[in-house]
Design a protein around this ligand. Structure first.
Ligand SMILES: Cc1cc2nc3c(=O)[nH]c(=O)nc-3n(C[C@H](O)[C@H](O)[C@H](O)COP(=O)(O)OP(=O)(O)OC[C@H]3O[C@@H](n4cnc5c(N)ncnc54)[C@H](O)[C@@H]3O)c2cc1C
Length: 382
């Protein structure tokens, strides 16, 4: 069916060699006590020093042109690095959005000046980005945002507020979707993307704590923030089109099914130390089968991205299936080995994170209902 074609992707020998290199590096970092594996680490465990180490290795901005510090490697090689970092539960949140979507956004729509100023810092693991889409009264229906920028001499005056802004408290910039022209019956028109320097006057960042007590989210208040003309991204008025292109990067990566993978491997380790149980064997077998299928699909999406295709519908499908799988790992683990049993503190902490973070898996990056709407439309049943 059109829009749902996925071919099996074979990783090159070079990519598999790279995987070994990444594994050795991560194993060494673990042995030296430089990080503790965590579930959902791509969103909630930021460690600038670790990001800088990845930068030194050449594992950030991997596919970008050399002139901006990138390594011009393939999207599938980047996929392999990402997969290993997630599987190890490494602390990658600081640079995650910058590497995954803001850098590619600037490569596609940014000015030469913006690229030269920002991209090398992302590649070094020193410049971090936040995503300013959601607002207190706007989530899924993104076109109804009310953050507004008014044209003034030499730039724009930005007012409004963003919410659920992951990592804004340690980020340097926020890509901010705002209204630059009055709303008409064509609600996607008149939106633009501005690059907000989060240290600018008029920006206030307030924490919104998770139920675990962690500080991950923020509310970002924008009061008369001056944005110079040269900080507009792409064309004024093209914000909707540009944001949707950005969401394709956001929805298609392995982080959409591997957030709780560290718990899965820890669960297997715990079960291996216990007498064999048929219930456990069946449950683990089912999870492995689902994981294998999801990985094939996700790799298929990565393969299409490599060919320059934006597989919107398949990416939505993989994210929908993948994020439910992430929650399922927590549920299965809880039923097989509860935190009350005599188990390691690492298992207990991973189980707690996997379960307490689980309401967010299917919300972030587009909710299940929104994704299913995209899929239904794409296959012509809506
Ligand atoms: C962990 C996490 C990190 C996040 N990080 C960021 C970030 O960094 N930057 C950012 O901008 N946002 C971020 N978000 C916000 C996220 O993008 C929104 O939560 C999401 O888009 C949904 O918006 P909402 O919360 O306003 O819910 P709503 O849009 O109000 O939706 C509420 C419910 O109604 C359903 N619904 C809404 N519209 C429809 C419809 N048309 N048809 C059927 N059902 C519908 C939804 O599926 C959902 O179940 C993050 C969220 C989470 C959980």
């Amino acid at each position: 069916m059109k829009g749902l074609e996925l071919n099996s992707v074979q990783l090159s020998e070079q990519a598999e060699q790279l995987r070994q290199e990444v594994r050795l590096f991560l194993q060494k970092e673990l042995e030296e006590g430089n990080f503790e594996p965590h579930c959902d680490s791509w969103l909630s465990k930021a460690d600038p020093e670790f990001s800088r180490k990845l930068g030194e290795k050449g594992w950030l901005g991997m596919t970008w042109p050399k002139q901006y510090g990138g390594s011009e490697r393939s999207a599938l090689e980047r996929y392999v690095v990402t997969e290993e970092l997630l599987a190890f539960g490494a602390p990658v949140a600081a640079h995650w959005f910058a590497d995954r979507q803001s850098g590619p956004l600037l490569l596609k729509y940014g000015t030469e000046e913006q690229r030269k100023k920002i991209l090398p810092g992302i590649v070094r693991g020193e410049i971090y980005f936040a995503i300013g889409l959601s607002e207190p009264n706007t989530g899924s229906d993104l076109a109804s945002i009310s953050t507004t920028a008014k044209k003034v001499d030499g730039g724009w005056l930005l007012n409004g507020s963003k919410v659920w802004t992951s990592g804004a408290h340690y980020s340097h910039y926020m890509v901010t979707l705002c209204r630059t022209a009055a709303k008409t019956d064509k609600k996607h028109d008149g939106l633009s993307q501005l690059l907000v320097d989060l240290s600018a006057d008029g920006v206030t960042i307030r924490p919104i704590r998770l139920m675990t007590g962690e500080h991950h989210f923020n509310e970002v208040i924008l009061e008369d923030v001056f944005i110079p003309d040269d900080m507009a991204i792409g064309n004024i008025g093209d914000g909707w089109k540009q944001s949707m292109a950005e969401l394709a990067y956001e929805r298609s990566g392995p982080e959409r099914f591997l957030s709780t993978f560290p718990l899965f491997t820890e669960l297997i380790r715990v079960l291996q130390q216990r007498p064999s149980s048929e219930t456990a064997n069946i449950a683990i077998g089912q999870l492995v089968a689902r994981l294998t299928t999801l990985r094939e699909m996700s790799l298929g999406v990565a393969g299409l991205l490599e060919q320059g295709v934006t597989p919107e519908i398949t990416a939505a499908l993989v994210k929908d299936l993948g994020t439910h799988f992430e929650s399922q790992i927590g549920e299965v683990a809880r039923l097989l080995v509860s935190a009350g049993d005599s188990v390691s503190s690492i298992y207990k902490s991973m189980l707690a994170t996997a379960i307490l973070h689980s309401p967010g898996y299917t919300l972030r990056g587009g909710t299940t209902e929104i994704l299913r709407g995209i899929i239904a439309k794409g296959v012509g049943i809506r």
